[in-house]
Design a protein around this ligand. Structure first.
Ligand code: GMT
Length: 395
């Protein structure tokens, strides 16, 4: 198949999932065309069957605000037309699903491009609910040929938040290459940050308010009352300076290390004893899965789809949003009981391998693509109904 993939190229779960999906599809012989405004950060190196199309932004003084949605739609039309795409798979509804709808309409007389939209999280739970976006997101979802969500939680939220009645949403969870995300035994990251045998708590995110990064510092403050520990924070974003400030205010700055954005995650995660994810909202929690795959138990909130990933009492624990004391209690329990910790670490890895390995979930996307390609052409626009293939218009 020839598949166009549209995503955010920056750090963030939806871009990671889209890029890994594209690379894996290409390995299986599909031709994959990434369409975005910058090279996705996980698309490093050369990959057979992978092509990249950069969206050019017109620079005109009249346009006080950038017209990315339109520029993207135009680029989509180009790539669909000249690369003969079968499928356009857009990740994160805003604005990608709208651009895809536009492109589909623009090119409809030449070909019936099928649009698949994958919903990732705040496109549904936060920003998509803004009155200025809600009708647009609802429309784009309803007009997609197929829609997937990354958790059961997100599917339910989509149906209820947008009052969607006649649309199937397939749940295809986040996936991971467990061969890449595996515990690195000889890595010396631990020695560097915990030279005196301290335990290591770790958090990886884009430090947006929804991640409640300052809660990780509060949790460490509690944990330090019982266990010598260090907190390693990986990533960057708007909440970083608040977290830095709080660690100084609580007098624990020497126990907190901010590594900023990093790429060698398996190596870094392998140093952790517990992964901490205190999010306000999380449709899935890819970062938790990456940790689990490296044998790291996760202590998180019970927000959104997290309990679909973290099995409470088996691969980690979940607590109410903001309940830093309970999270600290769970962490101390794991850090002071070696046998339990080992059991949770092994169960985490097992769950990642048995439930979320790329090879298990990729066929779900392929089956979905086959299903939409077999769908008859049924678009109706301006009073015209088109029947698939024949390009004969019934007015
Ligand atoms: O919704 C977002 O915050 C954006 C998105 C991203 O690009 O980082 O993250 C979401 O998608 C990930 C991949 O599907 C999920 O693992 C994250 O849980 C989800 N983030 C939230 O729901 C906050």
């Amino acid at each position: 198949m020839k598949i166009g993939i549209v995503c955010y190229p920056t750090y963030g779960g939806s871009g990671v999932v889209a890029t890994e999906l594209g690379k894996s599809l290409a390995e299986r012989g599909h031709q994959v065309h990434f369409i975005t405004y910058a090279m996705p950060f996980r698309l490093d190196g050369y990959h057979n069957n992978v092509f990249y199309h950069e969206v050019e932004m017109p620079n005109y003084p009249l346009f006080e605000f950038q017209l990315y949605t339109l520029a993207l739609a135009s680029k989509m039309v180009d790539v669909i037309r000249y690369e003969n795409l079968d499928i356009l798979h857009v990740h994160y509804a805003i604005p990608h699903a709208t651009s895809a709808y536009l492109a589909k309409q623009i090119i409809r007389k030449e070909r019936d491009i099928k649009v698949v939209t994958t919903l990732h999280g705040t496109d549904i739970t936060l920003i998509g609910l803004e009155p200025s976006f809600l009708p647009l997101v609802k429309f784009a979802i309803e007009e997609s040929d197929a829609v997937t969500s990354v958790s059961r939680f997100l599917r339910e939220k989509t149906l209820s938040n947008f009052n969607i009645k006649n649309k199937e949403i397939d749940v295809i969870p986040n996936f991971i290459d467990t061969n890449f995300y595996k515990r690195c035994v000889d890595c010396d990251v631990r020695k560097q940050y915990a030279p005196n045998g301290e335990k290591i708590l770790m958090h990886v995110s884009n430090f947006r308010p929804v991640k409640r990064v300052t809660d990780t510092v509060r949790v460490l403050h509690e944990v330090l009352k019982s266990v010598p520990a260090k907190l390693i924070l990986v990533g960057d974003g708007p909440e970083r300076s608040d977290a830095e400030r709080l660690s100084r205010e609580l007098g624990i700055a020497e126990h907190v290390r901010f590594l900023g954005k990093q790429t060698g995650l398996p190596q870094i995660l392998s140093a952790a004893d517990v992964f901490l994810l205190p999010s306000q909202s999380e449709s899935f929690g890819l970062a938790a899965l990456e940790a689990m795959s490296c044998h790291v138990p996760v202590v998180a909130t019970s927000a959104g789809g997290i309990p679909e990933v973290v099995a409470h009492g088996e691969t980690g624990y979940v607590a109410e949003v903001g309940d830093t004391e309970r999270m600290a209690k769970y962490i101390v329990e794991l850090l002071t009981n070696e046998k339990k910790h080992a059991r949770f670490a092994n169960a985490s890895r097992k769950r990642a391998v048995e439930e979320f390995e790329t090879k298990l979930l990729l066929p779900d996307y392929e089956k979905l693509y086959e299903r939409v390609l077999a769908m008859p052409r049924t678009s109706e626009t301006n009073g015209a109904a088109y029947s698939n293939g024949a390009l004969s218009y019934v007015i």
